[in-house]
Design a protein. Structure first.
Length: 188
């Protein structure tokens, strides 16, 4: 079926900024199952589902299944010890990373307090920080900074990449990288 989080733990929500809907789908055996869909209210085109494939792809696992530009090569030679993740949505990718990689610390930055308050099903060891992802400032250094801020690769501009580099370059450990999984780009 491919659902990542237990659907019973995800609560449907209609809020000020986002909606989580419960959808009924059919699996390969034509049996019904429920899957959650996250969507910002002001974005009519893009959404995120509670599915394991995007979580694996964004962590560099399983790219061969979808023909995405996202590959494990982005993560070659990187230690998964200290991670900074930008963006929360349903929380499936940071949770997947925490549970499937050798993570010492995982800090997650999310600007929207409503999302932080609602998404309470991720591992409690993930340090969720409410702050604007573009201006967060810390002295901590990371092996990997993962940017999950866009719905489509075409949404990413050079200005976005420059802002990320300007804001986070000093937070990379020696050999560390800023990764944009949705476009397959690595900044360092």
């Amino acid at each position: 079926m491919g659902v990542y989080f237990n659907e019973d733990n995800i609560v449907a929500h209609t809020g000020t900024n986002f909606v989580i809907e419960k959808l009924t789908r059919k699996n390969e055996d034509m049996e019904d199952y429920t899957i959650s869909k996250f969507k910002y209210i002001d974005d009519v085109l893009h959404c995120k589902f509670n599915h394991e494939i995007p979580a694996k792809l964004f962590a560099g696992d399983g790219a061969e299944c979808c023909g995405w530009d996202v590959t494990a090569a982005q993560y070659n030679g990187l230690a998964w010890s200290d991670i900074l993740y930008l963006g929360l949505y349903l929380g499936k990718t940071p949770d997947y990373i925490y549970k499937n990689k050798s993570v010492d610390s995982l800090d997650l930055i999310e600007a929207d307090q409503e999302i932080i308050n609602h998404v309470n099903w991720i591992d409690s060891n993930i340090n969720v920080i409410q702050h604007d992802e573009w201006t967060y400032n810390t002295s901590k250094q990371y092996n990997i900074i993962i940017c999950d801020l866009w719905a489509m690769p075409s949404d990413i501009t050079q200005d976005h990449k420059t802002k990320l580099l300007n804001n986070y370059s000093n937070n990379l450990k020696n050999g560390g990288k800023i990764i944009i999984p949705i476009s397959g780009e690595t900044l360092n």
